[in-house]
Design a binder for this molecule. Structure first.
Ligand SMILES: [Zn+2]
Length: 186
């Protein structure tokens, strides 16, 4: 679903008109020159594992309200992706983490607010107490073998299915932690 297009200019309040720019029909202002670009935005997500359990939050807002997802959110202005992941996890779960290795950059085009590039970090728990807050209705640990049925976004295909034995995210995590089952990483 595409992002919602403005009808009036947020800068000068004139009526916006569709304009073809670079092959995309964007809303543009003839009065002041403003264009509502619909570029993907930067976001970050944190994969926090405790043995074979993963930290998930139950979304309290749309889209996917009520479904479960790994903690994630948009970057604030001036914030690095790693800082965004750490902040979102603290805000949504009460847990303090350190964002370590970048596991992947997930392309999430199906968010009705705006498409996003989501930096997925392997996060290490450093403190805090589990307490859902902010955009999360609930936060809890789930066994990777018994995840809830209602998973938000494309987390299942983009994250969880790749954490099974032999999956690429699992192999990367094993290599990072030095537990490579194949023994090719010290
Ligand atoms: Zn304008």
């Amino acid at each position: 679903m595409p992002a919602e297009k403005f009808r009036f200019c947020p800068r000068c309040a004139a009526k916006l008109k569709p304009r073809l720019i670079g092959g995309n029909e964007l809303m543009a202002c003839d009065s002041c020159g403003y264009v509502q670009y619909l570029n993907p935005v930067g976001a970050a997500a944190g994969l926090v594992l405790r043995g074979e359990e993963v930290l998930l939050v139950q979304r309290g807002i749309e889209p996917f309200k009520g479904a479960w997802a790994i903690p994630a959110g948009y970057q604030d202005p001036g914030e690095s992706p790693a800082e965004a992941a750490e902040r979102e996890i603290l805000e949504e779960t009460g847990l303090e983490v350190r964002a370590g290795a970048l596991l992947d950059l997930l392309w999430v085009p199906d968010d009705p607010r705006k498409p996003a590039n989501v930096a997925l970090f392997a996060c290490t728990l450093t403190g805090g107490n589990l307490q859902a807050a902010d955009d999360a209705m609930s936060a809890q640990w789930f066994s990777l073998a018994e995840l809830p049925a209602d998973i938000a976004f494309d987390n299942k295909a983009q994250v969880f299915d790749r954490l099974v034995a032999g999956g690429d995210l699992r192999r990367r995590l094993d290599a990072l932690s030095g537990n490579s089952p194949s023994g090719f990483v010290d």
